[in-house]
Design a protein around this ligand. Structure first.
Ligand code: ATR
Length: 281
């Protein structure tokens, strides 16, 4: 790869970042697209975030991804936060337009684009059940609610958090809350199940967040976990005739949309998918 005085820089800010797949995926993407950028990961402690942003702005860094634990705190250092990121309450992508810093959130839109690309689903026809009510549920719930799904039910271990998310999403669509114990009753009329908790994530690959007996063949089951690519929930869903959608798609498309924000060019999606799949083997 040719690097010279005109090469642009894009970054990742997180803490930790050493195991991130983004540097490899983004550098391959820039190379494949023939764009003069390099992507570097920076481990930034929470108390250093403001200094880091001032430095990136001064250095003319074109943009950056933001990951745990900075997705909320970054907002106070930006000039503008777009409407979607504001509604979700978190930023994962920043664009530096000649010193003006704008924050976006591509997690929810990335999820939606992946779901549509991979399943061809008509989102507006869906009755959705979201398990979990954390940051990922909030981003995906916002994307589904604003895309016009018919109804969203939220189920979470901590009921108050489910109630808070359902009330928030109620700005855009009909919502309600059920206890985890009542999931089977709701599953009967659900067409899209979104699993957003960490239950079943590597190395706890045998765990499953709900009893599989209620899964059926009219469902699309989406698990936001990407490691493993096929969680136990997705395996059980497939056995019962449901269509399955892995969290790898959301990870891929949130990066695709970030790439497009920085460069204004279509991202080389298949190259990025290959890098991700290989790195998660
Ligand atoms: P993320 O950004 O990945 O969404 P998060 O904001 O920490 O992470 O949210 C984690 C979600 O997984 C929450 O809904 C959490 O439930 P609580 O709100 O009750 O904490 C859920 N979760 C994590 N571990 C869980 C477990 N062992 N059983 C059930 N739910 C769990």
């Amino acid at each position: 790869m040719h690097i010279d005085g005109t090469t642009g820089v894009v970054a990742l800010l997180g803490h930790p970042v050493a195991h991130s797949k983004s540097p490899e995926m983004m550098n391959r993407a820039f190379q494949t697209a023939g764009l003069p950028y390099i992507y570097a990961a920076f481990d930034v402690a929470p108390e250093a975030l403001g200094d880091a942003v001032r430095g990136l702005r001064a250095l003319g860094v074109r943009g950056w991804n933001v990951t745990i634990p900075h997705k909320v705190a970054i907002m106070e250092w930006l000039d503008e936060v777009d409407e979607t990121a504001r509604a979700i309450g978190a930023v994962n992508t920043v664009v530096n337009d000649n010193g003006r810093l704008v924050g976006y959130n591509t997690d929810g839109t990335g999820y939606l684009r992946s779901l549509q690309e991979e399943t061809g689903l008509d989102v507006t026809a869906q009755r959705v059940l979201i398990i979990g009510a954390g940051g990922a549920a909030r981003a995906v719930g916002h994307a589904l609610a604003t895309a016009g799904v018919r109804h969203i039910t939220v189920a979470n271990r901590t009921t108050e958090k489910a109630e808070e998310l359902a009330a928030h999403l109620g700005q855009w669509t009909a919502t309600d809350v059920v206890g985890l114990a009542d999931i089977n009753r709701v599953l009967e009329e659900t067409t899209l199940l979104v699993q957003s908790t960490s239950v079943g994530m590597y190395p706890h690959v045998d765990e499953i967040p709900i009893a599989p007996s209620g899964l059926h063949d009219r469902l699309i089951v989406s698990d936001l976990i990407y490691r493993p690519k096929w969680t136990r929930l997705l395996q059980e869903a497939k056995k019962r005739g449901a269509r399955v959608h892995s969290g790898l798609g959301m990870l891929l498309y949130q990066a695709v949309l970030a790439f497009e924000h920085w460069t204004g060019r279509p991202a080389p999606v298949e190259t990025m998918r290959e890098v991700l799949e290989a790195s998660l083997q």
